[in-house]
Ligand binder design. Structure first.
Ligand SMILES: [Fe+2]
Length: 219
């Protein structure tokens, strides 16, 4: 190999490593970038007052022995930056309707299941992980089953989004989910729920990772 060839090879490797495409054009995103979670509306049912019990177990309220109606569901995941770094110390909030499609909210009209918390919050740990014990979301008029999420923390703007359930026919007609035009972003909101007898009898589990896009962290 001539010296000139070696130099050409070296600079080509450098271009590839540095994320510069042939011709010197910068790629839109580095090759390792994750798909940022799209923003979705908070809707009208974010609690007007946070419940006294707002921990990450939504199926038991306070010291009650009664459990919320619905299918027990363990939702877990990680909050990540676009480059894959975990985001510890982020506050993750969820809210959703009860097993009969009713929200805990004055605007909801009818009273919701008193044994369902309706809202919960937690903070991500070192590896960005969070988890909630809740119920499988159900449909209500005009909407596919979904859980509302809000993620906030130091260094980035609050991200409000929603999680949907894989295999739900209503996903095809849900106007909010369809409004996410980017297919990868839309798919990132749809979570497969699987039976999880190893966690708890008759429960489901699903993983919903949330990616904070660079525009939310001012990057
Ligand atoms: Fe909703």
């Amino acid at each position: 190999m001539t010296r000139g060839n070696r130099q050409a090879n070296h600079s080509r490797r450098w271009l590839l490593r540095s994320g510069l495409a042939a011709g010197g054009a910068m790629l839109a995103r580095p090759a390792f970038a994750l798909t940022p979670s799209p923003r979705q509306t908070a809707g009208p049912f974010y609690p007007d007052r946070l419940p006294l019990d707002s921990d990450n177990d939504l199926v038991i309220v306070g010291a009650s022995n009664a459990r919320a109606g619905g299918v027990l569901t363990h939702v877990f995941g990680r909050v990540l930056a676009e480059d894959g770094r975990p985001v510890p110390g982020a506050r993750v909030e969820i809210w959703q309707c009860d097993a009969f499609g009713r929200y805990h909210h004055p605007r909801a009209g009818s009273a919701a299941d008193p044994n369902f918390q309706g809202y919960g919050q937690t903070t991500t740990v070192t590896d960005g992980a969070y988890r909630f014990r809740t119920i499988r979301p159900v449909a209500y008029p005009g909407r596919a089953p979904h859980i509302h999420f809000a993620v906030s923390g130091p260094g980035f703007a609050r991200l409000v989004t929603q999680m949907y359930v894989a295999g739900e026919a209503r996903n095809e007609t849900d106007w909010l989910l369809r409004a996410v035009r980017d297919e990868a972003q839309r798919r990132s909101l749809v979570v497969a729920l699987a039976a999880a007898p190893e966690i708890e009898p008759d429960s489901l589990t699903g993983q919903f990772d949330i990616v904070i896009g660079r525009e939310l962290s001012g990057g």
